[in-house]
Design a binder for this molecule. Structure first.
Ligand code: GTP
Ligand code: NA
Ligand code: MG
Length: 478
């Protein structure tokens, strides 16, 4: 086959890069949204997915109707750049076909840029570098949404010289990381040499170029991989407590189709859980999967890959992020599906065991719904999703004086959580605390905590949360 008669699915594209390089802003510019404005402290703390239909991409790139695009759209995955969220970067990059590494042109390669490049090298995922914030170059003349070559022609000699110099710097830094790279419009070996696309997420220069590269270059280099197959391939991205739907999982459907009512097998530490899809939800096109609110989800009878899908079903409480979701279609063997889940679970468990074995921790237990390790003396942590819970616990571990964790939970803080935290009152009083990130505390839980002497700390960024707790500890020690 020459590839023209194939049905291609949307490529899955992960956005990676250092803190504040402009990952979310780039997506906002493309979606004409303001997800960034809704983020506490302008920090992305949750992995997300957005579907961009090809019609919108055509419009943004002013493509003539006769120019063929072989893919139905793009599924983009935004990730956090902050250090503690490496779990989400790993999850995003490992299920993606391609990545965009966003680099701030005024700063060059930074810590998490290099971490991202390592991830991509390791997982063998091809990528494009978006050299962002070109509008910050001194003297830049804005050309809203213009193709980059046109925008550059409009600049003074000084700006063009500055631009050249900075591109050369970044090319050298990429070389040091083991990658040959070139401005995409000067790149003669686009199959081997990494493409650099200068962009501005504020005024939109280079955005058409970036979108065009994604929808034209990507299918060209990976037509096999993007060929739609009906065998379901689906990965759990996040486990959430939703006030309307109960426990839900955010998944990325990589191949095949899901139907409402489908029997599914999810991986939990206790073993496979077999259940049925109650609701099959997606955000509207150009909307972010992770953004909560009334009426933001579209209900479906069927969803076809590639898509970001929210699934509501019984028994999802202990699902593990990063594992495969297995679908049992009519005629499929349930036992075989469950065996596949057992295999998947054993892979994860062995990962945990190989991970970091800490000699000093006694009574290490792995939290029931994740790879989280807890110990007998420590604080209680609560977060809206498994991924954020993991990120906070990771952050607590990396502090100059690490803070141990004795228990954790997803969703609002209830009385039972407070009761669990009271066990520290006798063991280690300063750890009789709940670190509640971005979750509600129900009034009864507040009352009980006040009576019992459990301190509850609340904040909307993991950094503020941990700061307020460490301030408290420092005061106790003074
Ligand atoms: P994290 O998710 O926290 O890692 O950050 P991010 O990479 O998503 O960056 P974000 O989109 O939050 O942007 C960081 C800051 O840079 C914000 O204040 C943006 O408005 C600004 N910014 C992003 N892109 C551009 C750009 O192209 N030009 C200019 N001038 N500012 C930008
Ligand atoms: Na940011
Ligand atoms: Mg962001």
């Amino acid at each position: 086959s020459n590839g023209t008669d194939r049905e291609l699915r949307a490529p899955i594209c992960c956005i990676l890069g250092h803190v504040d390089a402009g990952k979310t802003k780039l997506l906002d510019c493309i979606r004409r949204s303001n997800v960034l404005g809704g983020e506490a402290g302008g920090i992305t703390q949750q992995i997300g997915a957005t579907y961009l239909p090809v019609e919108n991409i055509r419009e943004r790139t002013s493509l003539k109707a006769e120019v063929a695009i072989k893919v139905p759209g793009l599924l983009v995955i935004d990730t956090p750049g902050h250090q503690s969220f490496s779990n989400m970067r790993l999850r995003g990059s490992s299920l993606s076909d391609v990545a965009v590494v966003v680099v701030d042109i005024t700063r060059g390669l930074e810590r998490q840029t290099i971490e991202s490049l390592e991830l991509l090298k390791h997982s063998n995922v091809r990528f494009i570098v978006a050299l962002n914030k070109v509008d910050r170059l001194y003297g830049w003349k804005t050309c809203p949404n213009a193709p980059i070559v046109k925008a550059l022609k409009n600049q003074s000699d000084d700006v063009q010289r500055d631009f050249r110099w900075r591109v050369t710097e970044v090319v050298t830094q990429l070389m040091e990381s083991g990658f040959n790279a070139a401005l995409y419009y000067e790149n003669k070996k686009i199959k081997q040499v990494v493409n650099i696309v200068p962009t501005s997420a504020v005024s939109g220069e280079g955005i058409p170029d970036l979108l065009l590269l994604l929808v034209r270059w990507v299918p060209e280099i990976m037509v096999e991989r993007l060929t739609y197959v009906s065998t379901v391939e689906c990965t759990v991205l996040e486990v959430n407590e939703d006030k309307d739907f109960g426990t839900t999982i955010d998944t990325v459907l990589i191949n095949g189709a899901l139907q409402k009512g489908d029997q599914i097998v999810v991986c939990t530490k206790q073993g496979p859980v077999t259940t049925n899809i109650r609701y099959l939800l997606t955000p509207y096109p150009m909307k972010e999967l992770k953004v909560k609110g009334q009426g933001v989800y579209k209900h479906h009878e069927e969803v076809k890959a590639a898509q970001g899908v929210k699934i509501s079903a019984r028994g999802l409480q202990h699902a593990m992020a990063g594992t495969a979701l297995i679908v049992v279609k009519a005629g499929d063997d349930l036992e075989r599906a469950e065996a596949a889940a057992v295999h998947e679970i054993s892979k994860i468990i062995s990962l945990i065991n190989d991970d970091e074995r800490d000699e000093n921790e006694d009574e290490i237990a792995i939290h029931e719904n994740s790879r989280i390790k807890t110990c007998s003396e420590g604080v209680y942590v609560q977060a809206p999703s498994l991924g954020t819970l993991e990120a906070i616990i990771e952050y607590l571990k990396t502090l100059p004086v690490a803070i141990p964790v004795s228990g954790c939970n997803i969703g609002p803080v209830h009385k039972l959580d407070v009761i669990k935290a009271t066990s520290m009152l006798k063991r280690k009083r300063e750890y009789a605390a709940i670190l509640a990130f971005d979750v509600k505390v129900i009034p009864e839980a507040f009352e009980l905590a006040a009576e019992a002497g459990v301190k509850i700390f609340m904040a909307d960024t993991i950094y503020k949360l941990v700061d307020s707790f460490t301030d408290h500890i420092n005061k106790l020690n003074e």
